[in-house]
Write a protein that binds this ligand. Structure first.
Ligand code: ADP
Length: 486
């Protein structure tokens, strides 16, 4: 507690002490006396005086050193040093140390009161300045805090009102923020979520798969399916120094459109099959109705080729429709190495024509797969025949079947033209044909083969992707989990 009218005298008993006491009393100050250093410290602990006058020599101690200690504890306390003999060097030293004034004999009453009043006035000014500065800094800090608080509220309002779901996680995968859409999507109500880990709150298997995948190879599109048929597309984006954000958009209407389109394609393909069979049948009969000239025979031949081409396309479309509708439920133990042999027999002629060398590598511990043998054959046929089809003459194709962590890893590698990076994820789309071949037109195809491969692999709970460098070749990977792994 500060006492504004109290002056503390730290002096050895002497006539000058009496003079000072009297002068200060007359000027209406309260005066307290400290007999020794312990007394001085005790007084300062109990109340802080408005000013201290200290003897150069006090209770056997050095007044200057004592002043230094007091100033360290109370930097704004005015201290006047009194020396029995005038010493200009001491005066300079005292003032440099931050003492308010220096007195020495001969001393008049006015000298004492003037020095005290001057010191007190300066201390008051200093106190006022310190208070003003503290107020100014505090109010500017408060202003800044108010601003960042309002920015935060604004940001929160924006994120909360966004239609897409937004989750922000810290680097420990603990929730930092979720918006209203996320609460609605996952039926989370008003429970507190901040600080909890995401997998503790959300049990959806697709979300957990997204989290598991995120660290190694985050996908641009990740579908999150719900039991009520809703489908969301989710993205996982790492945010430096924060953690990550997951955003989710409702794509149920796109899925529904896709389903309608597939149904349409399936129905049309189905209806086209019968007339095509009839056309093919009749083209075969024409030859038996009488002799045909050379031109007629060639046209007939071309007609049959085109009809067969359309039939293959339609069969592919029907296949895809069946796979996508989930009708592929046939499962038996399939040995992939045996299936691979049949595939190699099928492509042998074409490979020989193009002088392409095909090598195989099969893990001796390869496990059988519970799968549909017809579909697995179709998958291998498509991948291996693509490698042969797109690789230039005298190229090389390597096929390997390996076991990794209880999963079968199929790799079909070629040293063909490669696929441009931006097209690598699209080659699995229906009807997509990449721009990698200048004369792609000359290589026959419908753009359905890899879409069928993807559907087959996914219906066997696997994953398929391609790694490729333009100009040096492509490797298609398919990972198929075996029984044990499930
Ligand atoms: P298709 O072969 O009938 O065109 P796919 O769906 O099998 O259809 O393949 C889609 C596209 O992917 C092909 O048009 C081709 O551009 C590209 N592609 C597939 N396999 C390879 C490969 N091994 N090397 C280079 N490009 C390939």
């Amino acid at each position: 507690m500060t006492k504004p009218n109290l002056i503390l005298l730290a002096f050895d008993a002497s006539p000058i002490l009496t003079l000072m006491e009297r002068t200060l009393n007359a000027a209406n100050f309260d005066v307290a006396l400290a007999g020794d250093q312990a007394g001085l410290n005790k007084s300062l602990q109990e109340v802080i005086p408005a000013l201290v006058i200290l003897g150069r020599k006090f209770a056997g101690g050095d007044g200057l050193a004592i002043s230094k200690e007091v100033l360290e504890r109370f930097p704004t306390l005015p201290i006047i040093l009194y020396a029995e003999t005038d010493d200009p060097e001491l005066a300079r030293q005292a003032l440099r140390m931050g003492l308010s004034d220096y007195l020495s004999p001969p001393l008049k009453v006015d000298d004492i009161s003037n020095s005290v009043n001057r010191s007190l006035a300066r201390a008051r000014q200093l106190g006022d300045w310190v208070r003003r500065e503290v107020k100014r800094t505090t109010s500017s800090l408060a202003e800044k805090a108010k601003m960042s608080e309002s920015e935060r509220t604004k940001l929160e309002a924006i994120i909360n009102n966004i239609q897409d779901g937004v989750i922000v996680l810290d680097d420990q995968r603990k929730i930092l923020l979720v918006n209203r859409s996320i609460r609605a999507i996952f039926n989370l109500g008003a429970q507190t979520l901040i600080g909890k880990s995401l997998d503790q709150i959300i049990a959806n298997a697709d979300v957990l798969a997204l989290l598991a995948r995120s660290s190694e190879n985050p996908l641009k599109y990740h579908e999150i399916n719900f039991d009520d048929g809703k489908v969301y597309n989710a993205q996982y984006t790492p945010i430096p120094k924060v953690g990550a954000a997951i955003t989710m958009q409702d794509i149920s209407y796109l899925k529904e459109l896709d389903r309608l389109k597939n149904d349409f394609v399936h129905t049309v393909s189905h209806d086209l099959r019968s007339p095509l069979t009839a056309i093919l049948g009749y083209t075969e009969l024409i030859g038996r109705t009488g002799p045909l000239n050379e031109n007629q025979l060639e046209f007939l031949h071309r007609l049959q080729g085109s009809v067969q081409h359309i039939t293959v396309l339609i069969n592919d479309l029907l296949d895809l429709g069946r796979l996508e509708a989930g009708f592929d439920t046939r499962r038996e133990m399939v040995h992939l190495d045996t299936v691979l042999k049949s595939t190699l027999d099928m492509v042998e002629l074409q490979a020989r024509k193009k002088k392409i060398k095909i090598t195989t590598k099969v893990d001796p511990g390869l496990k059988p797969l519970r799968a549909n043998p017809v579909r697995i054959r179709q998958m291998l046929d498509n991948l291996v025949s693509n490698a042969v089809k797109y690789t230039q003459d005298e190229g090389t194709v390597k096929v390997s079947l390996l076991m990794r962590d209880g999963q079968i890893v199929l790799q079909v590698e070629d040293d063909g033209p490669g696929i441009p990076p931006e097209e690598q994820s699209r080659v699995f789309d229906k009807f997509y044909r990449a721009t990698n071949m200048a004369d792609n037109e000359s290589v026959e195809g419908s753009g359905l083969g890899l879409a069928i491969v993807k559907s087959i692999v996914e219906s066997h709970q696997g994953r398929v992707w391609v790694e490729s460098t333009l100009g040096s070749g492509s490797t298609f990977f398919a990972i198929l989990p075996t029984e044990e792994e499930n």
